[in-house]
Design a protein around this ligand. Structure first.
Ligand SMILES: Nc1ncnc2c1ncn2[C@@H]1O[C@H](COP(=O)(O)OP(=O)(O)OP(=O)(O)O)[C@@H](O)[C@H]1O
Ligand SMILES: [Mg+2]
Length: 271
């Protein structure tokens, strides 16, 4: 049975604007899933429905087989943690340590356990040496790691990362990949919204494409990034490696190594 399920979910904002239409999805524990789509496609709205920050205007969200219709947002967020698109919408404490400790403290854990959870989450997110700093002493992109650690410290089964790759340099993007792998290894479901197609090709096996309020298609990165009609319809670009391959008449590759192999094969055949 899937741990998290959306059944024909739609959402309209109070002003009547429909942002998500008829989305059905299932997520298993231990899988890392990417969500891609143009600005305004309905990605953030859809994931906010998963942890109760928004409630469906139609359809239903199930967590561990149980309808969340009559479950409080606080209860839902114990199981599904959402890391905000903008870290400044989430951060409100005056040290990084307090920010990460806030969730576990609220869970009424003992001081010793809270300390352990903070230390472990900070370590995973590369924040051990800055725990006593004010969050705003870190750059916007680094503040994103504070918000990720704050959610990890609460230990929800599902972790949703909303555009963690925005503005990140290569080293931080690699750290993000490592965090996602580690969480999946701990049997968490990790759902990541991103505009970084290279990151999707490298880190995920399952990709959901949103366009015009709806889930348009799901598949492996290879299926998605070589469906050029889908990409054009959804306003998305192939990763650079696919664009390069296409320019030299090669298809279906996702990595530099695969491209190199196909080029060598091609050269050998034309010798
Ligand atoms: N509070 C709101 N009230 C009315 N409309 C909203 C509200 N929040 C978002 N929208 C609209 O809903 C649509 C979907 O927004 P959403 O934030 O889900 O998109 P997104 O796919 O996450 O985009 P982005 O990549 O820019 O973050 C957009 O047209 C947006 O303007
Ligand atoms: Mg968004």
């Amino acid at each position: 049975m899937s741990f998290l399920k959306l059944e024909a979910v739609s959402y309209s904002y109070p002003n009547g604007f429909e942002a998500t239409r008829d989305v059905s999805l299932s997520f298993e524990l231990g899988e890392a899933v990417a969500i891609i789509g143009q600005n305004g496609a309905g990605k953030t709205t859809t994931v906010k429905l998963m942890n109760g920050l928004l409630r469906p205007t139609k359809g239903e969200v199930l967590i561990d087989g149980v309808s969340t219709k009559h479950v409080t947002t606080a209860q839902m967020s114990k199981h599904v943690g959402y890391v905000f698109q903008n870290p400044d919408d989430q951060i409100f404490q005056d040290t990084i340590e307090k920010e990460i400790a806030f969730g576990p403290k609220n869970q009424k854990l003992s001081a010793t356990v809270v300390k352990e959870k903070v230390a472990a989450a900070a370590e995973l997110c590369g924040l051990t040496d800055v725990l006593h700093e004010h969050p705003y002493n870190l750059s916007y992109s680094k503040r994103k790691f504070i918000t990720i650690a704050a959610i990890i410290a609460m230990d929800p089964e599902v972790v949703i990362l909303d555009e963690p790759t925005a503005g990140q340099d290569r080293e931080s993007t690699e750290l993000l990949g490592m965090i996602i792998k580690e969480l999946a290894k701990r049997n968490k479901t990790v759902i990541t919204i991103t505009h970084d197609m290279e990151f999707v090709a490298k880190e995920f096996q399952r990709v959901l494409v949103f366009a015009d309020k709806q889930l348009r298609r799901e598949g492996t990165p290879r299926e998605i990034f070589w469906d050029e009609q889908l990409l054009a319809l959804s306003g998305l670009k192939q990763p650079y490696i696919c664009q390069l391959a296409k320019a030299v008449g090669i298809r279906d590759v996702l990595t530099m190594a695969e491209l190199g192999k196909k080029v060598r094969l091609h050269e050998k055949n034309s010798d």
